[in-house]
Design a protein around this ligand. Structure first.
Ligand code: ASC
Length: 156
């Protein structure tokens, strides 16, 4: 049994290392997946924003719960921008996503680092810290949208 464990661990590790993009049957599936992941993430990010902006009373537990969902979701869309997924369903991804992959990657990494800071702030329970980290995270979302998201949906 013990001798089986290392190979099993290796197989499990390899399965996790396979990019999620490889799992999509067709481009349309990848596009809908990333749009869905963005949509759900925006919903939970927005609930934290409502507290950060004073539209609803701050509740640290609710902020933490929503932030746990953002953390779980925030890498998912980026597993679904594989080559060839610029077509297949109406979308707002600009060609620059694939033409300027290094810049896109940097924008994603900036967002991920701000999400980690917002998560820490939510766990700390201070509204002031959440407000400031929420602003920085929203800034990272917006910077990427400005460069990589079109105003209108494509026709296919
Ligand atoms: C949100 C949301 C986004 C970001 C972005 C920040 O609540 O859905 O995509 O914030 O608008 O500028």
């Amino acid at each position: 049994m013990n001798r089986l464990l290392p190979p099993l661990a290796l197989i499990a590790g390899l399965a996790c290392a396979i990019p999620a993009s490889a799992q999509f049957q067709k481009s349309e599936d990848a596009i809908k997946y990333r749009q869905g992941a963005f949509r759900v993430m925006a919903e939970h990010f927005g609930r934290i924003g409502a507290m950060a902006n004073g539209r609803v009373p701050f509740d640290a537990k609710v902020a933490q719960e929503n932030m746990a969902l953002v953390v779980a979701l925030h890498k998912l869309p980026f597993s679904a921008f594989a080559e060839g997924t610029d077509k297949g369903a109406p979308q707002r991804a600009r060609p620059e996503v694939w033409k300027d992959g290094a810049k896109f990657k940097a924008a994603i990494e900036r967002m991920m680092s701000e999400v980690a800071k917002l998560d820490a702030a939510a766990k700390g329970g201070s509204l002031d810290a959440v407000k400031s980290a929420f602003g920085a995270t929203g800034g990272a979302c917006k910077a990427c949208h400005d460069d990589f998201r079109a105003r209108d949906y494509s026709s296919n």
